[in-house]
Design a protein around this ligand. Sequence first.
Ligand code: G4P
Length: 524
Amino acid sequence: MDQPLKNEIASRRTFAIISHPDAGKTTMTEKLLLFGGAIRDAGTVKGKKSGKFATSDWMEIEKQRGISVTSSVLQFDYDGKRVNILDTPGHEDFSEDTYRTLMAVDSAVMMVDSAKGIEPQTIKLFKVCRMRGIPIFTFMNKMDRMGKEPLELMEELEEVLGIESYAMNWPIGMGKEFTGIYDRHNRRVELARAEGDGRFLEIGEDGDLAEPNPIQDSSYYQQALEDILLLDEAGNSFDVERVRKGELTPVFFGSALTNFGVQTFLETYLQFAPEPQPRKTADDSEINPYDDEFTGFIFKIQANMNPAHRDRIAFVRIVSGEFDRGMQVTVPRIPKTFKVSQSTQFLADDRETVNTAVAGDIIGLYDTGNYQIGDTITGGKGRFAFEALPQFTPELFVRVSPKNVMKSKHFHKGILQLVQEGAIQYYKTLHTEEVILGAVGQLQFEVFEHRMKNEYNSEVNMEHIGSKVARWIENEGDVKESMTGPRSMLVKDRYDRLVFLFENDFALRWFQDKHTDIKLYSLL
Ligand code: G4P
């Protein structure tokens, strides 16, 4: 690979922002885009309120409910780096989508509402990042409001999440008294209510500001100095290697809404966030970003983003090499080779055609029904697959059928496409081949029903069969249908694997006691 291409790849920073809903992810994304010059007006990203970012009919649901269902990709250049931000749905019913998106990033930014501390959804998402060993940068948001004490927040972070932390900066006061931040990393104090040159004050060798200065008599500043002394003595030291391994999270304090501390965060983050990382294959080898051959995998498929075109887009994380529009790509699963003539990259309020993109970037390929979520794509002759994307064990199930049997073609097409997108999980009963859908959260069914009607002109009957405990089987050959009883059923998943659906944990245990030779397992 030539040096200019290597440099291009090394300049990529691809990450997702994770948080509990309302911690400020959308606000932060918007501020980062403003710095990156990718948008001009605040409010552009806030599709859920302004409606500008809504790109398809079914996003009506998002608007109505004020939640973000889809993940989108945003890109901008800053400080010689090309930044790719992958947005993730905040609502837990769509966590499968979020988990898949986290497979496509090299690091994550975790937003915490400093009044609320570490919330349940943050814990879940954090665990996925941990499993993948990706570096996590923490932003303690909403310092312009009264919240928990910063030391308490740091303690909570370490205790609840079990990760060590290092405060890159420290707030001076909070709420109405939020005066600024003591930036340990850049050795300066950034004042909240100052403009231009007066905004930054240099910290001396002794860790203090030279006098006179505007905050020397502030009790909040004195408190911050005391806290920092404590951190210096008893806290962790900064170690970039440990950050890269996901063992230590750098913590930044600030306020996304008032835009305080965001730029410093971005600049410091870009300095330490990893460049594109290698990815594992199904047979446990690795593909390096600097390999010549173009490779990637599909982590998301979204249909009908543009209602005028009724199109479907497969989002590809490029793992290695360079993508050129017009190139031949192969999907080893099918296996089939296509010429890619239509591809796209994403901006905040627009899409533009992409001609080239490199490892670390996300591109969208127009799809006429060839791709599936999790597909590997290569530009060469390689026949391999990247490691599988995580699939959840669904807990909720419905039996579905078309309201109008004359329209069963639409029904099956809709289901096929929505299943390929990963919007919902597909099962069927053994002989009658009735369709059963599985979901992690109830909202997935609502989106399914809405999309079937609006996009596939297919109204569906949905019979809720309630929550079930789903278990896959290691030794399928030993399973007999007679093993099922009134509190369990046997179905097949979309890959034709057998799955037991148990009424509850009790029924599962009863089965296991009776059939000790059958080895059951759950997915994520
Ligand atoms: P999310 O994407 O993580 O769900 O959060 P979002 O950015 O939508 O922010 C949730 C709410 O928190 C919004 O208020 C937003 O304005 C507010 N917020 C975000 N960052 C800060 C901050 O630094 N300080 C303060 N005080 N508030 C912040 P909202 O009332 O729900 O929406 P809006 O009507 O203000 O847009």
